[in-house]
Design a protein around this ligand. Structure first.
Ligand code: FAD
Ligand code: NA7
Length: 527
């Protein structure tokens, strides 16, 4: 420990010697950019954000609005397959945006099937061109990458396309792609480095032959017959749109679908997928992944239910088994930023502060936070306002609405039925529910077996709504508005007084009257 302290002090002295007598921002003979100091003799920047994704960009831009001197570092380490992308982070490049657009592409295929029922003379099974779709989506993403650079420039936020790691608690060192070293000093530092997809470490050939969501959206050619491993929302969403685009798609699931979500809803989502073409290998775990001479992949797995070893051949194996936080390359132990021992995410308090006073963490890299773009953005903005705008407002992570963009979408806000039971007890909650048929499904003769709504309320007093769950078309659009009501403490009687918009699926929420407790059939019909 003492030796480390001496070495650290010596390295600080040698850094100082290295930069003595040089103008701020000038280059030392060694090629390093000299760390520049503010007029006060302090650090060059008021704020340095490491990570130019949803949270980092929002925080940096907001801080700049207060006239602060702000820098942001963003660097994308290529995936093991070599896929890389521009400024904007996961959501824009390899997450929400391409995912939603591919989901939409798949829904259009479904609309083609409906169209002839409505009199359109179109072939219901028109072929899909992956390359054309991917190119259009990728071009859109590139325009967003460019837009972020312009926004940073407009706000005088200095952008460094370098991978940051700590030298000391106010100094971050980065290397450009060409290996050039740069030092940046700042009073406050925000970690917003997100995460990357996980590969299993116990499957032979997993990283060599498998891909992840980091690669899928940038493929130039169709992935073909695909095995998607994992059963959370990234997995089911990808499997859903691949099926919808006409590809043979299989989900390998070791336990339950959509862990963490309301399980009744999760099973309905998976049931719909299964009855609309996605194959499921349940209670299975992969053992081996091999490349065949014809470039296809032989997958061997254990079927734990049947007690057998099975195998099949696929064109693509997509790992969607969770994400690893980007904390490994930051040198955080050097500055004393504490991580959660299991998740390796940064430990933060309610004001996003880490164990080091002036270092903060937001978004996916922070322990216990929802891994969602809007929460990262809002947390980043609020943090900047607290740091520089005299605000005291904390991020409220309760009642955040979200949607799983599976073929039949699932939107929710608030507590699952299981969580409500755990917190309040089964006897103290009332669950209103209904199976319904979206009007547009009728003429198209679509199956609506899994279109279902559930509202979880407190049973006594004002019957406050604890959670709302909706499966059906445009679930995200439906849930967003109700989320405001629930955030404001809406009650079941208030919902009953809300006049619906007819004819919509959302109006079914306002009409819910059958309780689970009553055991009455929950299917609603007609107007
Ligand atoms: P990120 O957006 O991941 O940004 C972190 C950035 O930091 C990256 O650019 C990274 O390269 C960079 N970086 C890392 N380390 C360093 C370093 N040392 N130096 C410099 N730069 C570094 N959320 C939703 O709300 N809705 C959705 O529909 C949705 N769909 C998703 C679909 C998929 C397939 C995935 C994977 C995620 C999805 N998400 C969705 C989640 C959402 O993308 C993330 O929650 C969000 O991007 C997190 O933002 P962030 O700022 O924490 O990190
Ligand atoms: P999640 O939410 O961490 O879920 C991981 C899924 O992968 C889950 O179904 C796991 O099953 C499964 N899993 C995990 N490890 C394995 C192995 N080794 N083999 C098979 N299956 C496995 O990950 P996502 O990628 O869907 O989402 C992560 C976040 O990214 C999400 O919150 C978004 O905001 C963006 P389990 O339930 O543990 O049995």
């Amino acid at each position: 420990m003492a030796a480390a302290a001496v070495a650290f002090a010596a390295s600080r002295r040698s850094w100082r010697r290295l930069f003595r007598w040089r103008a701020p921002g000038s280059r030392a003979p060694c090629g390093l950019i000299c760390p520049t100091r503010g007029l006060s003799g302090g650090n060059e920047y008021d704020l340095l954000v490491i990570g130019g994704g949803s949270g980092g960009l929002a925080c940096a831009k907001e801080a700049a609005e207060f006239g602060k001197k702000v820098a942001i570092m963003d660097f994308v380490v290529p995936s093991p397959r070599g896929t890389s992308w521009g400024l904007g982070g996961t959501c824009v490049n390899v997450g929400c945006i391409p995912k939603k657009l591919m989901h939409h592409a798949a829904l259009l295929g479904g609309a083609l099937m409906d169209a002839h029922h409505y009199g359109w003379d179109v072939a219901p099974s028109a072929p899909h061109n992956w390359n054309q779709m991917a190119k259009a989506i990728q071009n859109h993403i590139k325009s967003l990458n460019w837009g972020y650079r312009v926004q940073l420039q407009e706000r005088n936020v200095k952008y460094f396309n370098i991978q940051g790691s700590f030298v000391n608690d106010h100094t971050v060192r980065g290397f450009t792609k060409a290996g050039k070293e740069t030092l940046v000093t700042a009073d406050h530092i925000v970690l917003a480095t997100g995460g990357r997809p996980r590969y299993p470490d116990d499957v032979v050939g997993a990283m060599e032959y498998g891909i992840t969501s980091d690669d899928l959206f940038w493929l130039k050619a169709s992935p073909g017959k695909t095995l998607v491993v994992g059963a959370s929302y990234v997995s089911l969403e990808c499997a859903g749109f691949l099926t919808g685009l006409g590809l043979s798609t299989t989900v390998m699931m070791r336990s339950i679908p959509l862990r963490g979500f309301d399980q009744q809803m999760a099973l309905l989502v998976a049931d719909y997928m299964e009855s609309h073409g996605t194959k499921f290998l349940k209670h299975c775990t992969m053992k081996k992944l091999e490349k065949l001479e014809n470039n296809r992949l032989r997958v061997t797995w254990n079927n734990h239910e049947a007690g057998t070893e099975e195998s099949s051949v696929f064109d693509t194996v997509l790992w969607a088994i969770g994400r690893v936080p980007e904390t490994r390359r930051l040198n955080l132990d050097k500055v004393g930023v504490k991580l959660h021992p299991n998740s390796q995410k940064v430990l933060v308090n309610a004001s996003e502060a880490t164990s080091v006073a002036h270092i903060y963490a937001i978004g996916d890299v922070a322990e216990g936070r929802l891994e969602l773009t809007p929460t990262a953005i809002m947390a980043g903005k609020l943090l900047a306002r607290r740091l520089f705008g005299q605000s005291t407002e904390l991020m409220d992570y309760d009642n955040v609405a979200t949607t799983v963009f599976t073929p039949l979408e699932y939107g929710c806000v608030g507590l699952s039925e299981e969580e409500a039971e755990r917190r309040y007890g089964k006897d103290d909650i009332e669950v209103y529910h209904a199976y319904y048929k979206p009007l547009e499904f009728t003429v198209a003769e679509r199956d609506s077996t899994q279109c279902y709504i559930k509202m979880v309320c407190l049973r006594e007093r004002d019957q406050r709504i604890l959670g709302l769950h909706f499966i059906g078309p445009h679930a995200g659009e439906v849930i967003q508005g109700f989320a405001l009501g629930i955030k404001c403490g809406a009650t079941y009687p208030q919902m009953k007084k809300t006049v619906g918009i007819h004819p919509t699926s959302a109006e079914e929420v306002t009409k819910l009257w059958i309780t689970k407790r009553s055991a009455l059939p929950a299917t609603v019909t007609g107007c």
